[in-house]
Design a protein around this ligand. Structure first.
Ligand code: ZN
Length: 171
């Protein structure tokens, strides 16, 4: 039996209550409710679906993630801006740190979130530099550097991931 989401479960509950749900829907709802407090409360009429606790929590989590992304971009922006023109030595240090932070926020999703963030931030820095100091816009080298930074950021993600895994195993 496939697991269903709370949204789907709450859609099906009125049908189950009215006795018009199919057997399969009924089974799925019963299975879901065995381990879901929110849907149980909804089933017994204690909770309207709009103030679903789980939904509120998901909303909160999305907000936290949004701010984390902003913070992250600020970090990359600051890190790259600070070391712009300096040799790549510093950036090579900053990127793994950003990778570790990325893993803490996104877990393994950081592997594809970070490259996107890096590319956006890197482009913004270049465009700002272009507007302020008439630097040349060199998209090819920008892309190459982004890939280069990515590799270092990924190293950070892998280090954090492995540490997290090792740490969890000990518990
Ligand atoms: Zn549920």
């Amino acid at each position: 039996m496939n697991k269903i989401t709370c949204d789907l479960c709450m859609d099906l509950i009125p049908l189950v209550r009215d006795g018009i749900a199919s057997n399969e829907s009924k089974k799925a709802v019963e299975l879901h409710m065995k381990s879901c407090v929110a849907c149980n409360a909804f089933y017994s009429g204690e909770l309207p679906p709009t103030v679903n606790a789980e939904k509120a929590f998901q909303k909160f989590r999305r907000k936290v993630q949004f701010f984390s992304i902003l913070l992250m971009m600020f970090g990359i922006f600051f890190g790259l801006g600070l070391t712009a023109g300096a040799d790549m030595f510093y950036n090579s240090f900053i990127m793994p740190v950003i990778g570790i932070l990325g893993y803490m926020i996104f877990r393994w999703k950081a592997l594809y979130n970070l490259p996107i963030l890096l590319l956006i931030t890197h482009s913004a820095i270049n465009i700002l530099g272009f507007m302020k100091e008439r630097e040349n816009l060199d998209f090819a080298s920008m892309l190459i550097w982004t890939i280069f930074y990515c590799i270092f950021a990924w190293i950070g993600v892998f280090i954090a991931g492995l540490l997290h895994y090792a740490f969890r195993k000990e518990e």
